[in-house]
Design a protein around this ligand. Structure first.
Ligand SMILES: *Cc1c(COP(=O)(O)O)cnc(C)c1O
Length: 376
């Protein structure tokens, strides 16, 4: 049985969790949380990183801090995970879905401007599979129309666009450390931003609407309820697990790249024969081997291939049901322009097993099963 995903385990996680227990503080913003934030701030050259219990929560914080109001419109691809839209719908926004590019499955930057109306407040690029959207173009459009840019970089941790870390380019960036992502803490995420002006409101929102963060820094002598708030702090237990992974991120990357390149090289013959489409990475992007996906001819072929792999004990999966076609998507949003690629490409895409503890022997088995399917 070859799983589609297993959460990365690199060796030091339990030791750090034990250490967190011994320190006697398991709530949020302890030593491990701070170490994770600092590590990302330094490595990704970003001024502020706040660890959150999920990327969904980071997106919710971003939607709040970007001042999204009921009736505002937010532009995003329809080909994405539900959380990208959920966070904005919670604030009463209307979602305007646009089509994706054939090559990267990312939002097509050339279609954004036409979707802008006087109600538009923000653009939400999603860096699919850790391959960057065309950020220069997106940032230029946003600047011209005074829109906020919130990067859904859930899949883009430690991936780069023209040398800049994904999640650090727009007004806000959101990371995920869910167990299906490259580095994990079980459930977790982070909110990133460069601009100091968001810090105070972000800390208050994250700390139940109180100025507790300032209290801990000795800036006020008691903490009080001062504004809107929720609880967006992960436990130290989770942060300890994550820190063990961040410390050895090169090792995790090396392994994922090895798997990615194995699939890429050994399935190339199918691409040459016109049976599949392989992923492409624009030259200005450095990706993080978050995912290896192939696109087959059509939905029928994909259904057959998934069943064929399953019979051989290999778990491969597909995603996403385009949001604009889902019940909530129809209720809270609309698709702008023509759906040329979103539905068609989503129906023929499948993801191959890809995780740190997957053995190269298993990768070989998956590859051979796919080759055999197309030979048969
Ligand atoms: C995983 C993912 C999310 C959600 O992340 P959580 O940490 O599970 O909340 C959001 N957007 C995209 C594109 C994702 O892949």
């Amino acid at each position: 049985m070859i799983d589609f995903n297993r959460p990365a385990f690199t060796g030091k996680e339990l030791e750090y969790i034990r250490d967190a227990v011994n320190r006697g503080m398991l709530c949020g913003d302890g030593a491990y949380t701070k170490q994770c934030s600092r590590w990302m701030e330094e490595r990704f050259h970003v001024n502020h990183v706040l660890l959150t219990p999920s990327c969904t929560h980071a997106l919710e914080m971003a939607a709040y801090l970007a001042d999204i109001q009921p009736g505002d419109e937010v532009i995003m691809p329809s080909y994405t995970f539900v959380s990208t839209a959920d966070a904005f719908v919670l604030r009463g926004a209307k979602i305007v879905f646009t089509d994706i590019r054939l090559d990267t499955m990312n939002m097509d930057e050339t279609l954004i401007e036409d979707a802008i109306t006087p109600k538009t407040k923000a653009i939400v690029p999603v860096h699919y599979a850790g391959v960057a959207c065309e950020m220069d173009t997106i940032m230029e459009i946003a600047a011209r129309h005074h829109l906020k840019v919130i990067e859904d970089a859930a899949q883009g941790v430690n991936a780069f666009y023209k040398g800049r870390a994904l999640g650090t380019i727009g007004d806000f960036g959101c990371y995920s450390f869910h167990e299906t992502k490259n580095y994990t803490m079980g459930e977790g995420g982070a909110l990133l931003f460069q601009d100091e002006k968001y810090l105070e409101r972000a800390e208050i929102l994250r700390e139940k609407g109180t100025d507790r963060s300032r209290f801990f820094r000795g800036q006020v002598d008691k903490y009080r309820w001062v504004d809107y708030g929720s609880s967006y702090l992960p436990s130290e237990l989770n942060a300890a697990y994550l820190y063990a992974q961040l410390e050895v991120c090169e090792e995790i990357d090396r392994k994922r790249m090895e798997i990615y390149h194995y699939y890429h090289e050994h399935l190339k013959c199918l691409a040459d024969a016109g049976e599949i489409l392989q992923p492409t990475v624009p030259k200005e992007c450095i990706h993080n081997a978050h995912m290896y996906f192939i696109r087959v001819r059509d939905l029928k072929t994909r259904t057959r291939l998934l069943a064929y792999l399953k019979e051989r004990g290999i778990c491969s999966v597909f995603h996403y049901v385009p949001l604009h076609s889902a019940p909530a998507g129809r209720r809270f949003g609309r698709f702008h322009g023509e759906d040329v690629y979103t539905t068609k490409e989503s129906e023929r895409l499948l993801r191959l097993p890809m995780f740190y503890n997957l053995s190269m022997d298993e990768v070989k088995q998956v590859t051979e099963a796919i080759l055999a399917f197309f030979k048969g």
